[in-house]
Design a protein around this ligand. Sequence first.
Ligand SMILES: NC(=O)c1ccc[n+]([C@@H]2O[C@H](COP(=O)([O-])OP(=O)(O)OC[C@H]3O[C@@H](n4cnc5c(N)ncnc54)[C@H](O)[C@@H]3O)[C@@H](O)[C@H]2O)c1
Length: 334
Amino acid sequence: MKKINIAVLGCGRIGQMHARNVALHEMTSLACVYDINEEFANKVASELGVFAVTDDSEIFSNANIDAILIASPTDTHIEFIEKSVAANKPVLCEKPVDLNINKVNECAERLKNNSVPIQLGFNRRFDPGHLAAKNSLLNGEIGDLHQCIITSRDPGIPSWEYLKVAGGQFRDMTIHDFDLARFMLGEEPTRLFAISNALIEPKIKTELNDSDTLMVIMETASGKQCNIINSRSATYGYDQRVELFGSKGMVISDNRKAHEVKKYSTEFVEKKEPYLNFFIERYQEAYMNEITAFVEAIVNKTSPTVDFEDGRKALVLAETAIKSIASGKMETIN
Ligand SMILES: NC(=O)c1ccc[n+]([C@@H]2O[C@H](COP(=O)([O-])OP(=O)(O)OC[C@H]3O[C@@H](n4cnc5c(N)ncnc54)[C@H](O)[C@@H]3O)[C@@H](O)[C@H]2O)c1
């Protein structure tokens, strides 16, 4: 099979990782990289043996580039999605689509007749453990799903610079869990209640009107329940678990360590490795698997399994949670 030649836009934290993954993946080749910071782009390009472009139009007009991976800041996503579609190049875009739901709705309207594949970077759907939990549910092993509990705690609070522009915890962080909840529940939540606070860094509340610690409960039309638990800082590491509880049993996709060796001494027993530190290590296979899914959608001419509309719906849940915080009430999801 001919490899899909992909250009990566944005060479920051996640863009560098995606560029390496695209270069390593057996179904893809890295065409080139682009970053408005030429130094960043040149560094990644020379490491991976590709060229860096200095103007994004060189990418969209290049007939040798089959597809685009957008890993630039969130406020550039809509522009680059629309440029990719106009150039007839399938696109894998990092989450979220945008921080502004009106802009996302307007973009959805402009793209309503689009047939170019747009995949959203909700990588957690592709984590082997989370997928095994979902497959166990689909195989009937836990009977009818009653409750889904998603715990997602980061190992440490991000920088103040990051928090100022991130768009708030619900849109920046919980967005992953809203998507995972929809994926696991298999139906749309219809009502939602949220609580949030800044228990780690009070300035996040007083100066940014944001939170670092939150919980969401949601219910679907058929009565399935979901609880999302988020913290920006867990002292023991990156805490990523999904629990599905059903009429016949329960399945848990648990935290991961580098290995399962237990150590014993005069000071301790059963001491284990720490959890894989953060998203790039913890979800390494998931990021590779999302590229596989992207290529399969392109080659088989099928819709991506997680698409623009999933990105839009996750943002609608984030907006509803923000509304629930303001009203102090359970809110209906429109
Ligand atoms: N799926 C995930 O697990 C995950 C994890 C982290 C970040 N993200 C998302 O990825 C995106 C990037 O996040 P990050 O943490 O890598 O950010 P970052 O700030 O580390 O990197 C962004 C890069 O984009 C470059 N850039 C800025 N404007 C640009 C433009 N107009 N064109 C091209 N490049 C431009 C910057 O110079 C920088 O190198 C965000 O939307 C974020 O929400 C997703």
